[in-house]
Design a protein around this ligand. Structure first.
Ligand code: HEM
Length: 422
């Protein structure tokens, strides 16, 4: 590759690394099929950078990118590297409540990232529909499918836009025009670094159009789970400090974020099953069972029982498992302790209890919708996370979210549609 040769024969400054010519090579046939010669050269560059590159900056970005690009070469390809989570600044281990950032800033940054991811996914659909991109050219969807994706994506992004004070900024009777406005807004809002991170975090394994949607939806859910984990950590601190209304607000914010992300599943349900089957042949070993943010969220609600902790569910996320074994605090225990010793009582306790029930209901609903989507896309095939597939999901979907409110009815169970993806 000429650009790489030129870069290597010059000062090989990380700041001027030819990222986009390199990603173009990855896009040509998919990450699974990149030429060995290019991978060997990239591995050589990474070796010269040394490990670890601790400080943020051009060398660190290059190192993170090469780790993502070389995951298959290194034989450590997984869910985190598939989605390029480090490049997007999303938690790759157990995460932590956005250190050093106040609540409003942390929430705002999650919303901005969500908007960037969805706007980009929708803009790709628009560009492909009018022949403006050659990226991932196989199995393009028809116009009706594109229109559905636009509609669902606009619904998924609306609550974040509203929280950012941008409600109405992308309203238009024609979804395609609204998508164009959303894309323009997202482009204007993002910094050059954010733009680069977005581009670098798209390294599909193959060249099927729908893999773009799949990756962006998974990333958007990762962003959502990370936000939920932040909210739950905040709720635990509030419960411990006897601040019932603040804890209730955190739980309600978490619930809203999860519920309003629901159209992301609807978007993904428009994926062509044939397309999914094609590219998933090369995603073996990367499964959301490895999502640290999801399991952090789950274990911040309630300490998982021993058999779940010893199952593939937690063995796939060893950092989270360790935290739990070390006695991680959770909402369930913080609530029970605060209610027992009188820090939380009367209407404030009832409010927290109600919010816990409502959040639990949203999580159970998410699991049921996820299970239905998986059945539709996978049928009887096993999962890429080495489980038997949908029977695993059927077995875990009703695990109680909180013990303290587990005996109370789940209001969402009786919903007629139950958020069915379509
Ligand atoms: C085509 C769409 C999808 C299919 C077919 C699917 C299928 C599966 C399967 C079979 C598993 C079991 C583990 C394994 O062996 O891989 C799983 C787990 C999981 N999936 Fe999905 N999934 C889909 C979309 C998503 C999306 C969009 C998310 C959002 C991040 C997601 C999040 C999860 C999580 C968190 C788990 C772990 C659940 C647990 O361990 O309790 N999935 N999925």
């Amino acid at each position: 590759m000429r650009e790489l040769t030129n870069w290597l024969s010059g000062r090989a400054d990380p700041d001027s690394f030819p990222y986009f010519p390199v990603t173009a090579e990855f896009h040509r046939n998919g990450k699974h099929f990149v030429a060995t010669e290019l991978l060997a050269r990239l591995a050589g560059i990474r070796a010269r950078l040394g490990v670890p590159v601790a400080d943020a900056g051009p060398a660190r970005l290059l190192r993170d990118f090469l780790d993502v690009a070389l995951d298959k070469w290194d034989d450590r390809y997984d869910y985190r590297s598939y989605l390029g989570l480090t490049l997007l600044g999303l938690p790759c281990d157990d995460g932590d409540d956005a250190p050093g950032r106040d609540l409003a800033t942390a929430r705002r940054e999650r919303d901005r990232l969500l908007v960037r991811l969805i706007a980009d996914a929708l803009a790709f659909e628009s560009a492909a529909a009018v022949g403006d991109t050659e990226l991932l050219p196989e199995q393009r969807p028809g116009p009706q499918t594109v229109a559905k994706r636009h509609r669902h994506g606009l619904r998924a992004v609306a609550p974040a836009l509203s929280r950012l004070g941008l409600a109405g900024a992308v309203e238009h009777p024609q979804p395609a025009a609204a998508v164009a406005a959303l894309h323009a807004l997202a482009v204007a809002d993002r910094s050059a670094e954010e733009e680069r991170a977005l581009r670098l975090s798209m390294l599909p394994v193959y060249v099927s159009h729908d893999e773009y949607l799949f990756i962006r939806v998974l990333q958007a859910y990762e962003c959502t789970f990370a936000a939920l984990a932040d909210e739950l950590r905040g709720a635990i601190a509030d419960l411990t400090g006897g601040r019932g209304p603040a804890a209730a607000e955190r739980l309600e914010s978490a619930r809203q974020r999860l519920v309003t992300a629901g159209p992301l599943f609807s978007m993904l349900a428009t994926m062509q099953a044939e397309s999914f089957r094609t590219f998933r042949a090369y995603t073996e070993g990367a499964s959301a069972i490895q999502s640290r943010s999801y399991k952090a969220m789950e274990s911040l609600c309630r300490t998982p029982e021993g058999d779940r902790l010893d199952s593939p569910a937690y063995r796939s996320v060893p950092e989270v498992r360790e935290r739990v074994r070390a006695g991680r605090p959770c909402v369930d225990a913080a609530y029970t302790a605060a209610a027992r010793d009188g820090r939380l009582a009367g209407p404030e306790r009832d409010l927290v209890r109600r919010r816990m029930r409502e959040f639990a209901s949203a999580v159970l609903q998410w699991r049921r919708t996820h299970h239905r989507l998986a059945v539709r896309m996978l049928g009887a095939q096993p999962g890429t996370g080495y489980t038997e597939g949908t029977p695993y999901l059927a077995g875990v979907r009703a695990i109680p979210v909180f013990t303290a409110v587990a005996d109370e009815p789940d209001p969402s169970a009786a919903e007629p549609t139950g958020g069915c993806p379509e």
